[in-house]
Write a protein that binds this ligand. Structure first.
Ligand code: SF4
Length: 303
């Protein structure tokens, strides 16, 4: 393992590359990255980096977002098959039809979406800025929210905005069930339950706080509480434990694992850097230009 880390470090220098990793990635991948963060942080980092090559350890929509935000860089997804089922739950044709049925509505799309969906939207959001952005959109306009009905319903509850929700969902967060939270609380009385807004309403109401992954990291660091039950993808336990050595973190269930997020390995990062593996992400110019407008609005409204 030591050798492959040294190889990656040398190749990264040689190719003038930066390695970005989402907090749901395997711990070893997070540990070899230059920057680890949630979708919002990764978007900002990708838009700013001066490196020639971005190795994106995450799923396809994240690498696409990086390529749209920083088109002069080469963005490589080390595992080309790492997709997001939620992002694929709405097509451009379906969104165009939805817009036609609701003329006058603004379209807000979760960043967990394809470039084509972003291109057809007015503004993007992540789970960390969705509420803030919804509050800033003109009050006299209703909102179409795609693709995640759970994040959409959470934003609706928080803001009281009139919203049409697409019926998409994250299969990983749907593994979280109310009974798991009840059992975890019994096992760890006194622990704070932090849940992601992609979980169902029935689960969210049982938690102490509904937070994005970035929000969970800052909340846990600032809180006086020393024990936390984490109701999101288990990869987040790695940075939480690493950055808060005096605190204890428990997964609400070890089954909350996203198989796509776990595809990237150290050998696949090395192969991507060597040019023997991975795939450079390309998006047609017109789609990229339209999607960029939605992403830039997100960065302007949600920063
Ligand atoms: S955790 Fe859910 S939303 Fe995130 S990549 Fe996996 S399936 Fe998609």
């Amino acid at each position: 393992m030591g050798d492959i880390r040294a190889e990656i470090a040398a190749l990264r220098k040689e190719r003038d590359a930066v390695i970005l990793a989402h907090t749901y990635q395997p711990g070893a991948v997070q540990d070899c990255a230059d920057y680890v963060g949630d979708s919002y942080g990764l978007s900002v980092e990708a838009s700013r980096t001066a490196a020639s090559v971005i190795i994106f350890c995450g799923v396809r929509f994240m690498a696409e977002t990086a390529a749209i935000l920083n088109p002069s860089r080469t963005v490589i997804l080390p595992e080309p098959l790492a997709g997001c089922p939620m992002a694929d739950m709405i097509t451009a044709v379906e969104l165009a039809e939805l817009k036609a049925r609701h003329p006058g509505h603004l379209v807000m799309c979760y960043v967990n979406s394809t470039a084509e969906i972003k291109a057809l939207s007015d503004v993007c959001c992540t789970s960390s800025n969705a509420e803030k952005i919804a509050r800033k959109l003109p009050a006299d306009r209703s909102i179409i929210f795609v693709p995640d009905r759970h994040l959409g319903s959470w934003v609706q509850e928080r803001t009281g905005r009139d919203m049409v929700l697409w019926d998409g969902f994250c299969p990983t967060h749907l593994r979280i069930e109310p009974g798991m939270i009840i059992v975890a609380r019994k096992e760890h009385p006194g622990a704070e339950v932090l849940i992601h807004p992609e979980a169902t309403h029935e689960c969210r109401v049982l938690a102490d706080a509904v937070l994005s992954t970035g929000g969970m990291c800052s909340h846990a660091a600032a809180s006086d509480t020393t024990e936390f039950i984490i109701a999101t993808e288990t990869g987040l336990l790695h940075p939480l434990r690493k950055n808060n050595p005096g605190k204890r973190f428990f997964a609400v269930s070890e089954e909350v694992v996203c198989p796509n997020m776990k595809r990237v390995t150290l050998p696949s990062i090395r192969n991507a850097l060597m040019g023997t593996g991975g795939r450079a992400v390309t998006i047609d110019r017109e789609t990229a230009a339209k999607a960029l407008r939605s992403l830039e609005r997100m960065l302007a409204l949600g920063g």
